[in-house]
Design a binder for this molecule. Structure first.
Ligand code: GUN
Length: 283
């Protein structure tokens, strides 16, 4: 039977309606949630993402401040800007768009962001809290993926989750998030031998490698839930996911499309994290 398609865009829309209400409630308490997004250089993909984040923020009533810095920006200048935003009471969330130019060490910048405003959830303090299952900012894409899987209504505890990809942004934290939900988690990566032997064990398969059609139908178990985090733009302007959608939709029970799957959830979780940052100031 053909899989049910999980439309992240529709789920994201519903969540954004709730976020609008949260923003109103905060307004009534005299707070306008504020998100600062720093972009360094002129990477076209980064510019598009930042514009999307800005538009989404404004639509729900979050104040959005985009700070554009030249590609020659030094690490010290960027650190200085982040410190300024850490101290700015009108800003509740700070996001530095990655990747950064070579002269800047990402780790240094991420560690400069106040953990209380770290809406990306990349600061080691937040990652450590995620690891120990404590309240924290959770990275946006993993949080969006968890929401999508929860929407299917399946029980996560006891399920075998296989994550393909081990980036700090998606792979590592998403595995941890599902572990915290009592799933059994396997990580696969570029050095994994006989990849399909692992992916075929998955009740929930999450693929985040950035390679179009990397997982094909014979890598998926009948009835699996398949989450495609891929988002690769080819020269013809078409966007491709990491899984072979047409093959896998005949095998899986649920599958996310690309586009309209995980992508819209990532931005929605950024808005949600910004609300969380604003709420921290009234506790
Ligand atoms: N670049 C690609 N994805 C992300 C993300 O989630 N956050 C930031 N800051 N940069 C990114």
């Amino acid at each position: 039977m053909a899989a049910e398609i999980i439309y992240g865009n529709k789920i994201a829309e519903k969540i954004r309606e709730h976020i609008k209400m949260d923003v109103k409630r905060l307004h009534n308490q005299g707070i306008t949630p504020g998100l600062a997004v720093i972009i360094v250089g002129d990477n076209p993909a980064s510019k598009t993402y930042v514009r999307m984040k800005q538009r989404a923020s404004e639509k729900v009533g979050i104040l959005s401040r985009v700070i554009e810095m030249s590609k020659e920006t030094t690490q010290e200048q960027l650190v200085q800007k982040v410190v300024e935003l850490n101290e700015d009471p009108t800003i509740h969330g700070i996001l530095v768009q990655l990747p950064l130019p070579k002269q800047i060490d990402e780790k240094v910048i991420i560690e400069t962001i106040s953990p209380d405003k770290d809406v990306d959830g990349f600061h080691p303090s937040n990652i450590g809290r995620l690891l120990t299952n404590q309240e924290c900012f959770v990275p946006c894409t993993p949080l969006g993926i968890l929401q999508l899987v929860k929407e299917t209504g399946i029980t996560i505890a006891g399920k075998h989750v296989v994550v393909v990809g081990r980036s700090n942004i998606v792979g590592k934290p998403v595995g941890q998030l599902f572990l915290n939900e009592n799933a059994t988690v396997t990580y696969c990566h570029s050095a994994t031998k006989d990849l399909y032997q692992h992916t075929k064990q998955a009740d929930i398969l999450i693929v985040a490698v950035g390679k179009p059609n990397f997982i094909e139908g014979d890598g998926v178990k009948d009835g699996a839930v398949v989450i495609d985090v891929g988002n690769t733009y080819l020269e013809n302007g078409k966007v491709f996911g990491d899984v072979h959608f047409n093959q896998i939709k005949e095998i899986a029970s649920y599958i996310t499309p690309v586009p309209k799957g995980v992508g819209p959830m990532t931005i929605t979780m950024l808005l949600q994290n910004t609300i969380k940052g604003a709420e921290k100031t009234i506790r």
